[in-house]
Design a protein around this ligand. Structure first.
Ligand code: ADP
Ligand code: MG
Length: 273
């Protein structure tokens, strides 16, 4: 669907460097620390920003200067949408979709995301998590072949997150959905593919299982303190000291191997700097 070849985006310094990705139907999770380039990549995919180097093709057609085709194919839910606080969810979504000349099952989606009772209240009176769900209703209702969600689970409680996951799973068919997140459990359950950005570069591109294979050795032991341990990923107080979990060297003969997680793999491949 969307082909990126050696894409660069330079502001005062490079935000993306030589990013090459073939994005086809399926659910792609985008991981990376703050400042890694996730939002920049999503806004280029949405046709709202233009790369400074490299090529971009949509459905096999090279994009020239115009981003119109991309804007029509894709919907972006920005990381921090600034909606008019005086307007209601229903009015906002109807307005946004009219701009796109699309009819959609808005009422059904308001119901799915538990917004029916607040759909006519001014957005300024809603909590952050509720406003986040309004954004999700808009994005899903737009029903474009490409859906770009910038940190869509930010501010959602565990129930809301579950509802989002369900809806993502059922609506993914035939679409390309790219979403950025810091929540690794969102990746495990939801994504067919994980792209990890680090300092503007792609440092991983593969399935969650392939990411897990890149996890380093993980160890656990009871220790008096954390001195001498490499990268400690969790620590818990016990009766006689601390139960630490870390990645890297075995560090102490008392260490026992532990099951690596996606978080371990993610920390290991983005921890180089
Ligand atoms: P992420 O979403 O992964 O946190 P961003 O894509 O927002 O990362 O930012 C990547 C880099 O580009 C950062 O160094 C950020 O400061 C810079 N950047 C992003 N947007 C702009 C902009 N509009 N103008 C200048 N620099 C920007
Ligand atoms: Mg961002």
């Amino acid at each position: 669907m969307i082909e990126l070849r050696e894409l660069d985006k330079i502001y005062s310094r490079p935000a993306l460097s030589k990013v090459s990705l073939g994005l086809h139907e399926g659910v792609v999770a985008l991981l990376g620390r703050n400042g890694a380039g996730k939002s920049t990549l999503l806004s280029i995919l949405a046709g709202l920003a233009v790369q400074t180097g490299g090529g971009l093709a949509l459905n096999g057609r090279e994009l020239g200067r115009s981003r119109r085709a991309l804007r029509e194919a894709a919907t972006l839910l920005p990381q921090d949408p600034r909606f008019d606080p005086a307007v209601s969810a229903r009015t906002l979504i109807r307005h946004l979709l009219r701009l796109r000349r699309r009819k959609a099952a808005i009422e059904e989606l308001l119901e799915v995301f538990g917004l029916t009772s607040v759909a006519d209240a001014p957005l300024g009176t809603l909590s952050g998590g509720t406003r986040q769900r309004v954004g999700l209703v808009y994005a899903f209702a737009a029903d474009t072949p490409v859906l770009l969600l910038d940190e869509p689970t930010q501010g959602l409680d565990p129930w809301e997150r579950l509802r989002f996951a369900d809806h993502l799973a059922t609506s993914a068919g035939g679409k390309l959905i790219v979403y950025s997140t810091h929540v690794i459990s969102d990746v495990e359950a939801l994504a067919d593919r994980v792209v990890v950005l680090d300092d503007g570069r792609v440092v991983h591109d593969g399935s969650p299982a392939e990411l897990l294979k890149r996890a380093p050795a993980v160890w656990t032991a009871e220790v008096p303190d954390l001195s001498g341990l490499p990268l400690v990923t969790s620590v818990r107080r016990t009766a006689d000291g601390l139960r630490a979990r870390w990645t890297g060297d075995r560090a102490t003969p008392r260490a026992e191997p532990a099951e690596p997680s996606l978080t371990d793999a993610y920390l290991a491949i983005t921890g180089g700097r």
